[in-house]
Design a protein around this ligand. Structure first.
Ligand SMILES: NC(=O)c1ccc[n+]([C@@H]2O[C@H](COP(=O)([O-])OP(=O)(O)OC[C@H]3O[C@@H](n4cnc5c(N)ncnc54)[C@H](O)[C@@H]3O)[C@@H](O)[C@H]2O)c1
Length: 349
C-alpha cells in the first residue's frame, strides 16, 4: 500500500504545535510519506513572508515562537498545492474560514482521502446545528474524524503530558490517527461518538467565557466550580437535543469532555479575554485585537451560533448560562448579570 501523505490545513498556535508531533511521527512510521505539507495563510512578518521564515528557520515565529518545527514540515502558501497528492487532511484553522477553504480544496482531492478536524466551533444549519466536520464532509465528500481534548497548544508544544480524544466512526481510521498523533506525552483514546466529541470541544469555550467573567468580577474557585458544573449540564443537555444518534454520557468523562472544560476554564485565551472584558469597558473585538496577536477567539462566536439555534427552536430559557454569555458579549447585558444567571439557574429551582 502506498505511504499516506499528510497535509496540515492551518498553521496557527494549535496547527503549529500539532505539526511538531505529526512531523516527528511520520518519520518514525513507514505507513506515512515522510514529507508533510502545512498550508500557511501567508502573512508578512518584519518584511518577510511567514512561509519563507518557516521553511528556513523552521519556526512559526508569529503563532508558536520558541519552538522548532521538524524540517520535514514544509510551509506552502497555496492551498491547492499544499493538498496535492495528500490522502490525510488535518484541519486546524479557526472555524470561520473552513467553508471557503473547503471550496478551494475540493477540485484537488485525491481519491480515498480521509480527514480529521481539530477545529473547535459550530455553525447553524437549516435543521439547527451544523458541525464543522459536517461542513468538511459535505463539501469534500470524504470521511472525517475529529480530535478534541484538554490540549492548550503551548503546553503540548512543550511536551507536557496530556490526553486527547479521537472520535472516529471508522475503526481503521482510528488506528491510523492514533499512529499519526500519539506520543509518550500526548495520549490518545479513540471512541466512536464523534459528534459528541466535537460538540464538547465547541461548547466548552462558551463556559470558559463565563468562567473568565467570574474571574474578572473577583469571584473564587467555588464559583468557578459551579460554572464548570452548570456549564457541563448545559453541554450534556444541548448534545442530547441536537446530536443525531445516541449520546453516551461516558463521552463527557473523556479528555474532550470534563478535562477540556476544566483546562479551558483555568487557562486558555477565552477565559483570559473574558476576564479582561469584565474588568474594562472594551468590547470583545477590541480586546481580541489587543491581546491575541492575530489569533481568534472561539467562545463568544460559538455562543452566538448556539443562541441563533436556541432562538429558532424556542429553547432560550433552557440554556441560561450559554444565553447569558451571548447577551453579555453581544447585546450589552452587564457582566454582573452573569452571577444573577447562576443564582437563578433552573438546576436549583
Ligand atoms: N490554540 C489552542 O490551544 C487550541 C487547542 C485546541 C484546539 N484549538 C482549535 O484549533 C483551531 C485553530 O486554532 P489555532 O490556535 O491553531 O489558530 P490561531 O487562533 O492561533 O491562529 C489563527 C490562524 O488563522 C489563520 N488566518 C488568519 N486569517 C485567515 C484567513 N482570512 N483565512 C484563513 N486563515 C486565516 C492564521 O494564519 C492562523 O493560522 C481553532 O478551532 C481552535 O479553537 C486551539
Amino acid at each position: 500500500m502506498p505511504a499516506k501523505k499528510v497535509c496540515i490545513v492551518g498553521s496557527g498556535n494549535w496547527g503549529s504545535a500539532i505539526a511538531k508531533i505529526i512531523g516527528h511521527n511520520v518519520k518514525a512510521s513507514n505507513r506515512f510519506n515522510p514529507v508533510v505539507n502545512m498550508w500557511v495563510y501567508e502573512e508578512i512578518i518584519d518584511g518577510r513572508k511567514l512561509t519563507d521564515i518557516i521553511n528556513t528557520e523552521h519556526e512559526n515565529v508569529k503563532y508558536l515562537p520558541g519552538h522548532k518545527l521538524p524540517r520535514n514540515v514544509v510551509a506552502v502558501p497555496d492551498v491547492a498545492e499544499a493538498v496535492k497528492g495528500a490522502t490525510i487532511l488535518v484541519f486546524v484553522i479557526p472555524h470561520q474560514f473552513i467553508s471557503k477553504l473547503c471550496d478551494q480544496i475540493k477540485p484537488h482531492i485525491t481519491e480515498g482521502t480521509i480527514g480529521i478536524s481539530l477545529v473547535k466551533g459550530i455553525d447553524e444549519g437549516p435543521d439547527g446545528l451544523k458541525l464543522i466536520s459536517d461542513i468538511i464532509r459535505e463539501k469534500l465528500e470524504i470521511e472525517v474524524s475529529v480530535l478534541m481534548g484538554a490540549n492548550i497548544a503551548s503546553e503540548v508544544a512543550e511536551e507536557k503530558f496530556c490526553e486527547t480524544t479521537v472520535g472516529s466512526k471508522n475503526a481503521a481510521s482510528g488506528v491510523i490517527f492514533k499512529e499519526l498523533f500519539q506520543t509518550p506525552n500526548f495520549r490518545i483514546t479513540v471512541i466512536k461518538e464523534c459528534d459528541t466529541v466535537e460538540l464538547c470541544g465547541a461548547l466548552k469555550n462558551i463556559v470558559a467565557v463565563g468562567a473568565g467573567f467570574c474571574d474578572g468580577l473577583g469571584f473564587g474557585d467555588n464559583t468557578k466550580a459551579a460554572v464548570i458544573r452548570l456549564g457541563l449540564m448545559e453541554m450534556v443537555a444541548f448534545a442530547k437535543m441536537f446530536c443525531t444518534g445516541e449520546v453516551n454520557s461516558s463521552t463527557f468523562l473523556e479528555s474532550c469532555g470534563v478535562a477540556d472544560l476544566v483546562t479551558t476554564c483555568y487557562g486558555g485565551r477565552n477565559r483570559k479575554v473574558a476576564e479582561a472584558f469584565a474588568k474594562t469597558n472594551k468590547s470583545i473585538t477590541e480586546l481580541e485585537a489587543e491581546m491575541l496577536n492575530g489569533q481568534k477567539l472561539q467562545g463568544p462566536q460559538t455562543s452566538a451560533e448556539v443562541y441563533k439555534i436556541l432562538l429558532k427552536k424556542g429553547l432560550v430559557n433552557n440554556f441560561p448560562l450559554f444565553v447569558a454569555v451571548y447577551q453579555i458579549c453581544f447585546e450589552g447585558k452587564e457582566v454582573k448579570e452573569f452571577i444573577t444567571c447562576l443564582q437563578n439557574h433552573p438546576e436549583h429551582m
